[in-house]
Design a protein around this ligand. Structure first.
Ligand code: ZN
Length: 588
């Protein structure tokens, strides 16, 4: 990865010739120093201050054979191989213009190499692009896979604590980001207390204590984060804001950081954003053509409830933002109530819940503001559900999300929350289900012939697909491999798989009669919208993603097909099993 490129070994080559040459050069530099008018320094006996080092970007350091190694207020100590050269003199002038007071030394190549090796401690080779941070994607991906719950972060940190060199800061930093990404955190909080540094993540809107970081590395960790954020390092008494981005598994993560001085030391809060979201449009979320057609009709309606469902990280909020942008036009008043507001959309009134501004009372306040369209971050209790339904019935188009596994499950969830099924027919327009699957890397995906089990699964799902595509025999599908372009993960980018249930007479009748998921699914079948599984399998057959990836995000009907085929192959399906087969093909 990028910063391994500058991972110099601190122990020098054993080659005797190299040693002699190095000693020779060191002596020459030392002898010539007075004649050239500079004080000689051997940096190999000096502690390189990372804050000082960070002042000169690595590319400039290499171009001018220069380094900075000590910083006190604005007093910067610099060492160069040829401090008298015109380019170096010009660059020193540049530093002075940045209000540094310079002390310039002359040093050997070996000294420079030693000092430069410390860049691994603070940033990587591309960091001269201010605010851009090429984080070690491989390490973070690997860590992300190992983190399933917050306790895993503590466990891994314990291992890192035994490292006794500069990698410890890097690895702690990688772990902090990997943990946040793996757990779907929206914010990272690092809060110093008297003896320990508390690490907390906000996910699902709630702050969670994750682990304690030893105060031993706090200073260097903060220096690193401030450098990345483009903040001033040597101010510790002021609030500062900054930002940086890094790419991970082909998505770009934007980090907005904020530092405030505290009683013991500075604390930092980093909000993780996916910048592609704020520009999200209907085109970008790549709905399949069947659901896209339906959505365009639904978005033209003046009132009713449009709900997206899915677990955290399924992209349901992203889809809502895309829909909001689609309906946003002059003369339409849109108000949102979110927890928290993550993406500012121009021309839309966005509000955020707080202590006294809950989803329920906020929504009532919003209704008094005469909006045309309302977006509610999430329906999570009866009061919000009732207010949302009421708003939808009184001339508002209402967007919201529900935390369920499928579109069909949304109806039962609303009934669980206390909504009378008799009002659903007149208030709900559509419930959508979605997941995000990673796209196979186009540069390294490997074709193979589907195994008979895989072929059976695909054929079985395609039989239920309202617009099936051909399943050839033998069937070629793709699996992930991994190359440089995809950071060894085998995947680049993500795509949504979708399903949707439109409220029509048949669905309304099913909701009233028996709102179990497979009953609603059967009633919705004539709508011709594929289920998430069908959409996903179609994307596998088309080579966009792998079966393994699909299985990671959604439960595939393996059991349903294996039971009759493998265990009792000759028996006809009993009524219940036939039902189950149908059930599994529609429900996640
Ligand atoms: Zn690849």
């Amino acid at each position: 990865m990028m910063w391994h490129m500058f991972k110099f070994d601190d122990t020098y080559s054993n080659s005797r010739i190299t040693d002699l040459y190095t000693q020779e050069e060191e002596r020459t530099v030392q002898i010539n120093a007075p004649r050239l008018g500079f004080e000689y320094i051997n940096l190999r006996g000096v502690t390189i201050n990372p804050e000082a080092l960070g002042v000169i970007p690595v590319a400039k350091a290499h171009a001018f054979n220069i380094t900075s190694f000590e910083l006190n207020q604005n007093k910067l100590s610099v060492a160069a191989k040829q401090p008298n050269s015109p380019q170096v003199q010009a660059y020193l002038k540049e530093l002075e213009n940045q209000h540094y007071e310079l002390t310039v030394y002359i040093c050997s190549t070996a000294s420079l190499t030693y000092a430069w090796s410390r860049y691994t401690d603070i940033t990587d080779s591309t960091a001269e692009k201010k605010g851009v941070f090429q984080i070690s994607t491989e390490d973070i991906s690997r860590l992300m896979n190992a983190i399933k719950k917050k306790e895993d972060v503590t466990e891994i940190l314990r291992g890192i604590s035994s490292i006794n060199n500069t990698r410890r800061v890097s690895e702690t930093l990688e772990l902090i980001f990997a943990g946040a990404l793996a757990l779907g955190a929206s914010d990272i909080h690092i809060e110093p207390e008297e003896s320990v540094i508390r690490l907390r993540y906000r996910f699902d809107g709630v702050l969670h204590d994750i682990t304690d970081i030893e105060s031993y590395i706090y200073g260097r960790l903060m220096s690193r984060l401030k450098l990345l954020s483009g903040m001033v390092l040597n101010t510790k008494a002021e609030a500062q804001d900054g930002r940086f981005t890094f790419d991970i598994e082909s998505r770009q993560v934007e980090v907005r950081s904020s530092v405030i001085p505290g009683a013991t030391a500075e604390s930092i809060v980093m909000r993780l954003l996916d910048p592609s979201l704020s520009t999200f449009s209907m085109d970008r979320i790549q709905l399949n053509p069947y659901i896209e057609k339906v959505m365009h009709q639904e978005l033209k309606k003046p009132n009713g409830l449009i709900i997206t469902t899915g677990p955290t990280g399924s992209g349901k909020t992203t889809a809502l933002y895309a829909f909001l942008r689609e309906v946003h036009s002059e003369g339409v008043k849109i108000i949102t109530i979110e927890n928290p507001v993550e993406y500012k959309i121009e021309g839309i009134v966005q509000t955020q819940i707080g202590d006294d501004y809950t989803f329920a009372n906020g929504l009532r306040a919003i209704l008094r503001q005469d909006p045309d369209i309302i977006m509610i971050g999430e329906i999570r209790d009866r009061e919000v559900a009732e207010t949302a339904i009421h708003a939808a019935q009184t001339g508002h188009l209402v967007f919201s999300t529900l935390h369920t596994n499928s579109a069909v499950a949304g109806f039962a969830r609303l009934i669980d929350l206390g909504i009378d099924p008799r009002v659903m027919g007149t208030s709900i327009n559509i419930i959508i289900g979605q997941r995000l699957v990673r796209l196979l890397c186009a540069d390294c995906k490997t074709a193979y012939q589907a195994t008979s089990d895989e072929k059976q699964l695909i054929t079985h799902v395609m039989e239920g697909h309202p617009h099936p595509i051909a399943v050839s025999d033998p069937l070629t599908i793709y699996k992930s491999t991994g190359c440089k372009k995809c950071g060894g993960t085998g995947y680049r980018g993500r795509i949504g798989i979708f399903e949707g249930v439109v409220m029509d007479d048949a669905v309304e009748e099913a909701v009233l009669r028996d709102p179990r998921e497979h009953i609603i699914a059967t009633a919705a079948k004539p709508q011709g919208i594929p289920t998430m599984i069908e959409d996903g399998i179609e994307k596998v057959v088309k080579g966009l993603t792998s079966l393994q990836e699909l299985e990671r995000v959604i439960e595939l009907p393996y059991l349903a097909i294996k039971k009759p085929l493998a265990i009792t192959p000759t028996q006809p399906l009993a009524g219940e099993e036939a039902d189950e087969l149908d059930f599994f093909s529609h429900v996640v």
